[in-house]
Ligand binder design. Sequence first.
Ligand SMILES: [Zn+2]
Ligand SMILES: [Zn+2]
Length: 124
Amino acid sequence: MDCPKCAVELEQQDDDHIALQRCGQCRGVWIDVAELNRVLLRHNLPGLEKLGGKPNIEELAGQCPQCQVDLVVIEGGPRRSQRYDTCESCGGIWLGQGLDGEESLAAMVDGIVVFFKKFGSMAA
Ligand SMILES: [Zn+2]
Ligand SMILES: [Zn+2]
């Protein structure tokens, strides 16, 4: 699978708890929706569906690395400052925001949790 942004091959990263794909160039992360929900639930967050967020069809996103259909931008959090991209076909999630510099898988998971905590917070 290629990165939706850079068209370089994504790197598989996994351990006993999680599996995701990461772009070595832009540091974006591709994660399966079931996988993501497991991570959220394990960190006492509601599932993705309950975190809210609104599609923004005017924003351009890349293509799903699996389905080759256009991804949809979902915005949420305070003043819609957080965004992720999702594929309506396979449900995959692309996180291109807020994970820069996270090197280990555990740090990436922490980054994902922090992102979705912020995404789900409706404080203005
Ligand atoms: Zn990339
Ligand atoms: Zn897809």
